[in-house]
Design a protein around this ligand. Structure first.
Ligand SMILES: Nc1ncnc2c1ncn2[C@@H]1O[C@H](COP(=O)(O)OP(=O)(O)OP(=O)(O)O)[C@@H](O)[C@H]1O
Ligand SMILES: [Mg+2]
Length: 327
């Protein structure tokens, strides 16, 4: 599916890739285009080092969805990197003994090793999961957007939380087992020690709820009629291998990808200096390789975007950028 068709029909589009390649510029430009084609659009930056406001040329208070002045149907949001995930708090330091009066009495027992292992476990991707779930909750409960565009952080880890449900299942199983073991121990100990009032430990419920939300998010993110990931890259050798790795990772998680944007291409103009001619040659070589690898190999549409004379920021320039991005 072309990016144009996607912008007109999908509910979510994510832009990702290496640092500085033009993800935010592509996301902003695409969001303006979609909004002006009648879709009620939300653009969200999930990168803690935000630059979405700078790209659009507006002030975006952290965590506040803000209508973009001068563009009908467009709202922008930079998620607050210091957001409060208190509903999930305690999860990253889970301890099945919490609330009981036993830990000191049981030091040195073999069971303690299991418990200590779990207490220090923090599964990879849990922060990304919290952040994304917050966003999805926001989209679902408060608003009625046709399209949500994600400007993601320049790491390959944006989506690693998608494998969390399996990790969490492992945790839940372990936790249950420990509860059983502890249950019988507790009974034994109770006759020997007086216990204080036990706090309610709801870590199991929290884990189950988190798992369910991620499974649901995963259903949406892997559905090609709802979501697509657009990979942005530049025509350089290093970017080719990194893009290959990103595509493999997305494939592993079943995230649909049909478009790869090759940004910053030197144009064939008359006034190129020696330096630019040399860069253009290098880019041309790499573009051929990109087409071979990603167009023929991975069967992706390649979108070629030229290097502009100036920085691509704010409405007019982003619109012009869109003429190349969305064809
Ligand atoms: N085709 C282009 N021609 C000229 N300048 C460009 C082009 N594409 C992007 N830029 C400029 O390059 C800079 C980096 O772009 P952008 O912020 O979109 O990259 P990014 O991938 O989002 O970076 P980060 O990884 O830091 O989030 C910006 O100043 C942007 O205006
Ligand atoms: Mg960016």
């Amino acid at each position: 599916m072309s990016l144009r068709e996607m912008l007109l029909s999908l509910n979510m589009i994510m832009f990702g890739g290496k640092g500085g390649v033009g993800k935010t510029t592509c996301a902003s430009s695409a969001a303006i285009w979609a909004a002006e084609h009648g879709r009620n659009t939300l653009i969200i930056s999930t990168d803690p080092a935000h630059s979405l406001g700078d790209s659009l040329g507006i002030e975006l208070p952290a965590g506040e969805a803000t209508p973009v002045p001068g563009v009908k149907n467009l709202t922008a949001l930079e998620i607050d990197p210091k957001a409060d995930f208190s509903e999930y708090k305690g999860l990253t330091t889970i301890n099945p003994l919490e609330g009981s009066d036993m830990p000191d009495l049981m030091g040195g027992m073999p069971l303690m090793e299991d418990i200590q292992e779990m207490a220090t476990m923090s599964p990879p991707g849990i922060d990304e999961a919290f952040a994304l779930l917050k966003v999805l909750e926001f989209i679902e409960t408060e608003h009625d957007y046709d399209l949500v565009i994600f400007d993601t952080a320049p790491t390959g880890h944006t989506l690693r939380f998608l494998s969390l449900p399996e990790t969490l299942s492992g945790w839940i199983g372990k936790l249950l087992k420990m509860r059983l073991k502890l249950g019988s121990l507790m009974g034994l100990m109770k006759s020997l020690f007086t216990s204080t009032e036990r706090k309610k430990d709801n870590s199991l419920e929290v884990l189950e709820r988190l798992k369910e939300s991620i499974v649901k998010a995963r259903d949406d993110l892997t559905d090609p009629t709802k979501n697509s990931f657009v990979v942005v890259m530049i025509p350089e050798e290093m970017a080719i291998s990194e893009t290959g790795r990103l595509l493999n990772e997305l494939y592993k998680y079943n995230i649909p990808v049909s478009n790869v944007v090759v940004n910053n291409l030197y144009q064939d103009v008359d006034d190129l200096c020696d330096f630019c001619i040399s860069r253009r040659k290098m880019q041309h070589r790499n573009l051929e390789k990109i087409k071979e690898t990603f167009e023929q190999g991975f069967k992706k549409n390649i979108i070629e975007v030229p290097l502009f004379r100036e920085e691509v920021r704010e409405y007019e320039k982003l619109k012009e950028f869109g003429n190349y991005l969305i064809t």
